[in-house]
Design a protein around this ligand. Structure first.
Ligand SMILES: C[S@@+](CC[C@H](N)C(=O)[O-])C[C@H]1O[C@@H](n2cnc3c(N)ncnc32)[C@H](O)[C@@H]1O
Length: 200
């Protein structure tokens, strides 16, 4: 899907294209077979820039799907909605919600999900909240479903993976991004530097 609005920052185009390739590798190594009508949850999604490549990887042939992106920040959610909802073909329900992604257990009328994605997880900023978010996400995962995280720092990735395993998740793959773009604002930080996939 080509976004309805250009991305807000230089470099994002390439980052999301490379993320799409990384997702394809991860999904194939996890033996992913999408259901006929997939439900996809993008937690703490910010602007959800990756919506197009995520849906192309997870649900390449779906005529119907449900996709929900949730983030605390209303402006980012509004931007994601404006960028992606105009592109939804008939049968695709794309929803962007401003709210607390650690409270999905209390949100009414959510389906169980086949794929839960957390890009650039932020575990070390608030481990207690992320623990609840991960636990609820695993509870909401359908049998055979997958949960994937990407991280911008190795140490944060290790911490988040340990938390997910503590919550009962089963690690299926942990991939070092071969073409991750280095970021200048912190040492050893790069875009989608690691991606891990879990089942339950
Ligand atoms: C590092 S940013 C990543 C954003 C986006 N996934 C991306 O890759 O551009 C972390 C995001 O987590 C969101 N966040 C943190 N705690 C949250 C919560 N409890 N509920 C929803 N979003 C949350 C922040 O608002 C922020 O957008």
């Amino acid at each position: 899907m080509t976004p309805a609005l250009p991305f807000s920052y230089p470099g994002i185009d390439g980052d999301v294209r490379r993320l799409g390739a990384l997702l394809a590798v991860g999904l194939s190594s996890a033996g992913w077979r999408p259901p006929a009508v997939p439900a996809v949850l993008n937690l703490a999604c910010g602007r959800a820039d990756e919506t197009g490549v995520l849906l192309a990887a997870v649900a390449p042939l779906a005529r119907e799907l449900f996709y929900l992106g949730i983030d605390l920040r209303p402006p980012e959610i509004a931007e994601g909605r404006a960028r992606w909802t105009p592109l939804a073909p008939p049968g695709w329900q794309l929803e962007f919600r401003a709210g607390d992604a650690s409270r999905t257990d209390r949100m009414k009328q959510l389906p169980a999900f086949d794929f839960v994605f957390v890009r650039h997880q932020n575990y070390w900023h608030d481990p207690a909240t992320w623990l609840v978010m991960f636990r609820n996400a695993l509870d909401a995962l359908n049998p055979g479903g997958l949960l994937a995280i990407t991280s911008y720092f190795d140490h944060e990735h290790e911490l988040a993976m340990a938390c997910l395993i503590e919550c009962g998740a089963r690690k299926l793959a942990d991939i070092h991004h071969p073409h991750s773009r280095p970021l200048p604002d912190a040492p050893k930080k790069s875009v989608d530097r690691r991606m891990a996939l879990f089942g339950k």
